[in-house]
Design a protein around this ligand. Structure first.
Ligand code: EPU
Length: 334
């Protein structure tokens, strides 16, 4: 286990904020984590980070930052049709996807190149191109921060919805994910109906590796590489509005894209709303709206978290003014 004081969080946030944690703790097993918690009633306030691809630090963190280095992948169940694989929370998400594809297992390929770690995938319910982590997750193994007890959550207990889970809501900050068990298919099954995957494949017969590479190309074309330009992926969630509000908006803006969701509600791409407000490529100080995807805010170099937040607020205000729609951050602001 590693414990550091006044530790730079630069490698732990893709926005590139050079902030410090008063204490930083990295553990590489459940036993190390529970051992640390047993001896440290002073663990609060605390924040658990993964790859930091969905975090915006606006100041130094005065408490304890925890990071999992729990690695490993273990097959825990298998039939002719599927395989259940239990993965350590500290594994890099895209390494897991690459591994699944190399093994010939179906289900994770549309989630290629999403930054971050496996533990966060189960908290955030990451998603792309018509697939969400919740579609693959069977169990989430956790440790309770207060009691140090282990608890396994079945998929249904995680209350998953679009970019939401019980770990972000009712149980926020209460449980640490240590392992996630995914069920992947052994028989060919692709989701190619979303976005331009089909077009990117160019009529070729889909294969696991082919779909993975198509998704990687699409993402690289639209989303900035955090190593080159600090960012947290989509800064806002796509708003979901009641049908009546959508109808009224569609009358005024007939070309507005939309996706119907449960309960007769409609999801509108926040990127389109922001784009229509004229923000694409605009900046305030060293914080900018990415020129190729308006949903992404970028650090042009040396921006503070507060500067990024100011830009985010200005963007959200103009969307509210023009469309009457509230957009909420997907990124966690600390
Ligand atoms: N659009 C614009 N202008 C823009 C951006 C988008 O007009 O600047 C329009 C597009 O033309 C399209 C629609 O908005 O009609 C949706 O855009 P896109 O397909 O790029 O997807 P998104 O809704 O912007 C979501 C996820 C992404 C995920 C993609 C693909 C959220 C908040 N974001 O983006 O996830 O990769 O779909 O499935 O749901 C992330 O969460 O960090 C992330 C990148």
């Amino acid at each position: 286990m590693k414990i550091y004081k006044d530790y730079s969080l630069l490698p732990y946030n893709t926005f590139g904020m050079d902030v410090k944690a008063a204490r930083f703790v990295e553990y590489d097993s459940v036993e190390e984590l529970t051992g640390f918690l047993a001896g440290h009633e002073d663990v609060f306030p605390c924040l658990h980070v993964g790859g930091g691809s969905n975090l915006l630090f606006t100041a130094d963190y005065a408490g304890t930052v925890l990071h999992s280095a729990i690695k490993g992948r273990e097959i825990v169940g298998e039939t002719e049709d599927w395989v259940d694989i239990r993965v350590g929370a500290g594994e890099v998400w895209d390494d897991f996807v690459a591994y699944a594809v190399a093994c010939g297992w179906y289900g994770a390929e549309n989630l290629s190149l999403i930054p971050g770690e496996v533990g966060a995938s189960a908290v955030q319910n990451i998603g792309a191109y018509g697939v969400e982590a919740k579609d693959l997750i069977r169990f989430v193994d956790t440790v309770c921060l207060e009691t140090g007890c282990r608890r396994r959550f079945a998929n249904e207990e995680c209350c998953y919805s679009y970019r939401e889970s019980v770990f972000k809501k009712e149980l926020k900050g209460k449980y640490i994910v240590t392992h996630v068990t995914f069920r992947l298919g052994k028989r060919p099954a692709f989701r190619l109906d979303y976005g331009n995957i089909q077009a990117e494949l160019g009529g070729a017969e889909p294969t696991l590796e082919g779909v993975r590479q198509a998704v990687i190309r699409i993402r690289r074309a639209k989303l900035p590489d955090p190593k080159l330009l600090g960012n947290g992926g989509s800064f806002f969630m796509n708003p979901v509005v009641p049908a009546e509000q959508f109808e009224a908006l569609a009358q005024r803006f007939p070309d507005m894209p939309c996706y119907p969701v449960a309960g007769g509600r409609v999801k509108i791409p926040a990127g389109w709303l922001i784009d229509r407000c004229g923000w694409k490529g605009k900046s305030i100080g060293r914080a900018a709206v990415y020129e190729r995807q308006a949903l992404v805010l970028v650090n042009l170099g040396g921006a503070s978290g507060k500067e990024i937040l100011q830009l985010a607020q200005a963007v959200a205000h103009s969307v509210k003014d023009k469309f009457g729609v509230t957009i909420a951050p997907e990124v966690n602001i600390i």
